[in-house]
Design a protein around this ligand. Sequence first.
Ligand code: ZN
Ligand code: ZN
Length: 126
Amino acid sequence: MGVIRQTKSVKILHNEFDKSSEAISVTALIERFSSKMNKTTIYRVLDKLEDDGYLHSFLGKNGHKWYAKCNGCSSSNHTDAHPHFQCSNCGKVDCLPADVVIPKIPNRIVDVSQVLLQGKCEQCHT
Ligand SMILES: [Zn+2]
Ligand SMILES: [Zn+2]
């Protein structure tokens, strides 16, 4: 029974992210689907989709967790080193198609880099 429900939830969340390339916060997803699935299911499905290389997660303003679609990742090759942009006016978050240059630091191995740029998006800056 749980398996069927999980499959259905995976599909629903998959569709939600397929609609646009915008990132969605976990808080927003929980609110949006509160009538369809519980929090735990949402967390579990997001984890799975991230493992599959379909989504990546990062932290937005105030430490909120966000998810966005990956571009060409798979479960074995998962790298999302691009910066994210959060609009301080409308709150929209999206992935930026730019590379973050990670400096070489002696005796350190960098696994994760999170860059969050904040400002005004294309709709808000005029
Ligand atoms: Zn905006
Ligand atoms: Zn991204």
